[in-house]
Design a protein around this ligand. Structure first.
Ligand code: TYD
Ligand code: MG
Length: 460
C-alpha cells in the first residue's frame, strides 16, 4: 500500500492542493484549505476497483429499470412528507442541517419513533449524546418504541457493523461531524473525515437499500460544516431554520433528487416536541390587529406553497439628519427601492421619516411579490389610515411606480380566499395571462400603478 500523502483540502469545494495557499484556486474562497493525510490507492485511476466487497452493479436496459426505486416510507407527519417529496425513499441519503438547539435531534427521534411503529427497526446512532440522554429526550416526548434502537458510538467501522447486524428500516446518524473512521488519521470533523465517513455510510445504505438521515452542523455563515461536496454526495439536503425567540421552525429542502426543491414544511416547537403546523397562514396571522394602520397582508411563495404573512411598517418623523431605515425579514435594498418609489412616484415625502418594516412571526420574505404589501403598510402608517382588514396585497413594484406581474397568482389568491380574505389587489398584467382559473369567493382588483393600488388599499 502507498504511503499517506499530505494534501491541502478545501472545506468549500473539496478540491485537493499540493501546497497550502491562502485562496483556493478552484472555488476562490479564502482560508479554506486544511492539511489532510490522503491514502492514495495503489490501483490508481482507470483500473477499476476490482474485488469491491459490495459487488459491482451491472448495466440495465432502460425499460427494465423500475420507475420508482421502491415503495416510499410514508410518515405520519404530513409536513415532513411534503418536504421529502412524498415520504422517505429507501436507500436514499438525506442530510439535515441547522443551528445548534434548533430541534434537529427532536424532529429526527420523533420521525424514528414513527417509522419504528409502522415499518420496523430503526437504528438511531448518537455520536454526541449518550444513550441515557436520548432516553430522557424520548421520555419527554412519550416515546417508548421497542423497535427503536439507540447506539451511542463514534467509530465509523463499528457503526457500519451494527447497521449490517440490526438491518434496520431506517438509520439516523447524529451527527456526521462527530464520527470518525479509524482508517483515517485526521481528527473527527475535518473535511477528509466527514467526507470519508459519509461516503462509506452512503455506500452501505445504498447497497442494503436502507434510508439514512445524517445530521450536519452549520457553520457561523449558515452553511453545513465540512466540504460542500457533502451536499453533492447525498440525495437530499434539508435545512431546519427558525428564530430563537419564535416557536415556529421551517424545514426547507435545498436539494432533493426525489422531489421538488424549495419545498417548505412548517413546525412548531412545543411541549411535545416538533409538531406540524398544518395551516401556517393561520398561524402567522393569529395575532393580527384588524384595522390598525401600518399593516398589510402579503402572499409570498415559500417553495411551491403560498403563505399569508403580515408586514408591519412604522413611519415617524426623524430626529436625525439622515433618516433611519430598518428592515426585518425583508431585503433592505427592497425597502430602499420601495420608499424611493413612494416618494418620487406617489408623492409621499419619506425623506424626513424614519421607517421600520417588520415581517411578523420572524418570517423572511425573499420575493419582490411582497413589495406592494410593504408599500401599502408604509403608506398606511404615514397617513395613519388602515388597510382594509379583508384585503390581500400582491405585486412587485417597478421603478416607474408601475406594478409588475408575479407568478402563480391563482394559488396565492386561493390561499387568501381559504383564510377568509374577500378582496385582493393585484397587478393588472397578472390577470391577463391567468384570466380563467382564478379562485371563487375572492374579488380580484387589477391595477396598473402603485398609486392606484394605494387608492384601493387604504381606507381613506
Ligand atoms: P434539539 O433537538 O436537541 O436540537 P439540535 O439537535 O438541533 O441541537 O432541541 C433542543 C431544544 O429544543 C432545547 O432547547 C429544548 C427544546 N425542546 C423543546 O422545546 N421541546 C421538546 O419537547 C424537546 C425535546 C426539546
Ligand atoms: Mg442534536
Amino acid at each position: 500500500m502507498a504511503k499517506p500523502k499530505v494534501r491541502y483540502v478545501c472545506t468549500e469545494c473539496g478540491s485537493a492542493q499540493m501546497k497550502w495557499m491562502g485562496k483556493c484556486p478552484d472555488c476562490g474562497e479564502w482560508n479554506t484549505l486544511e492539511e489532510t493525510l490522503i491514502q492514495e490507492s495503489a490501483a490508481g485511476v482507470g483500473r477499476g476497483s476490482a474485488g469491491s466487497p459490495l459487488g459491482a452493479p451491472q448495466p440495465l436496459a432502460l425499460p427494465d429499470i423500475p420507475a420508482e426505486p421502491s415503495q416510499r416510507i410514508l410518515l405520519k407527519n404530513g409536513e415532513l412528507n411534503r418536504v421529502l417529496g412524498g415520504g422517505i425513499v429507501p436507500g436514499s441519503g438525506i442530510l439535515v442541517g441547522g443551528d445548534p438547539g434548533i430541534g434537529k435531534s427532536t424532529l429526527l427521534i420523533q420521525m424514528a419513533a414513527n417509522v419504528a411503529q409502522t415499518v420496523g427497526k430503526v437504528l438511531y446512532v448518537s455520536a454526541e449524546e449518550s444513550a441515557y440522554q436520548i432516553r430522557q429526550r424520548a421520555s419527554r416526548l412519550s416515546i417508548t418504541e421497542p423497535n427503536l434502537f439507540i447506539l451511542s458510538d463514534t467509530v465509523l467501522e463499528q457503526i457500519l457493523d451494527r447497521i449490517l447486524e440490526v438491518k434496520p428500516a431506517l438509520v439516523i446518524v447524529d451527527s456526521i461531524q462527530a464520527i470518525h473512521s479509524s482508517a483515517n488519521n485526521s481528527a473527527a470533523g475535518t473535511v477528509s473525515q466527514v467526507r470519508d465517513c459519509t461516503a462509506h455510510l452512503l455506500r452501505l445504505i445504498k447497497h442494503e437499500n436502507i434510508p439514512l438521515f445524517l445530521v450536519g452542523h452549520v457553520t457561523k455563515e449558515g452553511t453545513i460544516a465540512g466540504p460542500r461536496v457533502l451536499e453533492h454526495m447525498v440525495d437530499a439536503v434539508l435545512q431546519l431554520e427558525g428564530e430563537r425567540f419564535h416557536s415556529y421552525r421551517l424545514l426547507r429542502s435545498v436539494k432533493n433528487r426525489f422531489g421538488s426543491t424549495n419545498e417548505v414544511g412548517v413546525f412548531e416547537m412545543g411541549e411535545n416536541g416538533m409538531e406540524e403546523v398544518a395551516n401556517p397562514s393561520e398561524f402567522f396571522l393569529a395575532e393580527r390587529l384588524p384595522n390598525a394602520s401600518g399593516s398589510a397582508i402579503a402572499v409570498p411563495l415559500e417553495g411551491s406553497r403560498p403563505l399569508l404573512v403580515e408586514i408591519q411598517a412604522l413611519s415617524s418623523p426623524t430626529a436625525f439628519s439622515q433618516p433611519r431605515r430598518t428592515a426585518n425579514g425583508i431585503d433592505f435594498n427592497r425597502l430602499l427601492l420601495v420608499t424611493a418609489v413612494l416618494s418620487k412616484r406617489v408623492g409621499i415625502n419619506l425623506t424626513v421619516q424614519d421607517i421600520f418594516v417588520n415581517v411578523i412571526g420572524g418570517m423572511k420574505i425573499g420575493e419582490p411579490a411582497a413589495d406592494l404589501a410593504m408599500a401599502a403598510a408604509i403608506a398606511s402608517s404615514y397617513r395613519n389610515v388602515a388597510v382594509a382588514a379583508d384585503l390581500a396585497v400582491i405585486g412587485e413594484i417597478g421603478l416607474s411606480g408601475e406594478l409588475r406581474s408575479i407568478g402563480q397568482l391563482p394559488r396565492r389568491l386561493g390561499e387568501a380566499a381559504k383564510l377568509g380574505f374577500k378582496r385582493a389587489v393585484v397587478p393588472r398584467n397578472a390577470l391577463r395571462s391567468k384570466g380563467n382559473d382564478l379562485p371563487k369567493g375572492i374579488e380580484v382588483i387589477g391595477v396598473r400603478t402603485l398609486s392606484e393600488a394605494l387608492g384601493v388599499a387604504l381606507m381613506e
